[in-house]
Design a protein around this ligand. Structure first.
Ligand SMILES: NC(=O)c1ccc[n+]([C@@H]2O[C@H](COP(=O)([O-])OP(=O)(O)OC[C@H]3O[C@@H](n4cnc5c(N)ncnc54)[C@H](OP(=O)(O)O)[C@@H]3O)[C@@H](O)[C@H]2O)c1
Length: 288
């Protein structure tokens, strides 16, 4: 069997999270997939990372780990930097030592949100929060440890399960909770299975570098939530319109962080479908 016919091994860290689950499901065929949840592998533990690499000898490491609580990162910066910077640094280094590539997933929050229009790779990041600063540090750590790195910035991931903003709004509406939707923050909701499929496509292309991967369609959190409820038969449920400032959250968020990907355009990768076109599939999953 030659190298191109050999089934490659992908180690997925953070496999229990939203993207981790979508990635694991995506790579179920065509790959030997080693899906490690937080309980299986803590990426802040050097010993655990070394042992996992030694045991599984992956061709590629896919880091789907997140500190989902952006406000907690403000209160606990050491935790944020341990997971978001030291974590990918260790994964990148250990991957390099066994000649493996790395995918590291990052965020639109690396931008300050002051730009009108789309952020591209040509725009200088200016992260506002501890979460965003630690994520940017993680991008740089992963790529400085491993030159065979794919850095994938994405935005507002939604999908069934867990506590992401898409699944929460439907669950809370069904439970009769009072809902609030932010009107003055815009970005691009990105459907987790579509993101996972694009990550696989990028890996198969083998062109390392910095990508912006999102669904199509800029919107506000309020408009996303409104349409999701309307399409779920929950159009009678009200959503109170609020501003970010009304919520008095600890961590600042960028006002507009919609992104475009110059590298994908150069490689001829077609844009992902509009988030509105992914909603029916997502809402169907939410029923199961
Ligand atoms: N969700 C979004 O809207 C969004 C937007 C832009 C970028 N991103 C990025 O996308 C990536 C995936 O995010 P996601 O939404 O899939 O997050 P998620 O659903 O919160 O999943 C993250 C997973 O990481 C695990 N984890 C946390 N600390 C860990 C550690 N030290 N070692 C190993 N696993 C650990 C969590 O386990 P426990 O729950 O057990 O701690 C959880 O299963 C992240 O890089 C995130 O920054 C997300």
């Amino acid at each position: 069997m030659n190298e191109s016919e050999r089934k490659k091994t992908a180690l997925i860290a953070g496999a229990g999270g939203l993207l981790g689950r979508a990635m694991t499901s995506r790579l179920r065929s065509g790959w030997n997939t080693v899906a490690l949840t937080h309980a299986d592998l803590d990426i802040t533990s050097r010993e655990q990372v070394e042992a996992a690499m030694e045991k599984t000898r992956p061709d590629i490491v896919i880091n789907c780990v997140a500190t989902a609580d952006v406000d907690r990162c403000e209160r606990e910066p050491d935790w944020a930097y341990a997971v978001n910077e030291s974590g990918p640094q260790g994964l990148g280094r250990c991957a390099r030592l066994i000649n493996a590539e790395i995918v590291h997933v990052s965020t639109d929050y690396v931008f300050d949100g002051e730009k009108e229009g789309f952020y591209t790779q040509a725009d200088e990041p200016n992260p506002l929060s501890v979460y965003a600063k630690s994520k940017l540090a993680g991008e740089r750590a992963a790529e400085s440890e491993n030159e065979r790195a794919y850095i994938i910035r994405t935005s507002w991931i939604f999908g069934a399960g867990g506590k992401n903003f898409g699944s929460r709004v439907v669950e809370l509406a069904r439970a009769g909770a009072h809902l609030k939707g932010v009107t003055d923050q815009t970005s691009i909701p990105t459907y987790a299975p579509d993101l996972a499929a694009r990550i696989e496509e990028i890996i198969r292309l083998g062109s390392h570098g910095l990508y912006h991967v999102t669904s199509a369609g800029v919107t506000s959190w309020y408009d996303f939530a409104r349409l999701a409820l309307d399409m779920s038969g929950l159009d009678h449920i009200e959503i109170e319109k609020v501003t970010r400032a009304d919520l008095r959250q600890l961590a600042p968020r960028p006002r507009n962080s919609a992104m475009r990907c110059l590298l994908s355009e150069r490689l001829g990768l077609a844009p992902l479908r509009h988030w509105k076109d992914a909603l029916p599939e997502f809402l169907g999953e939410m029923k199961n």
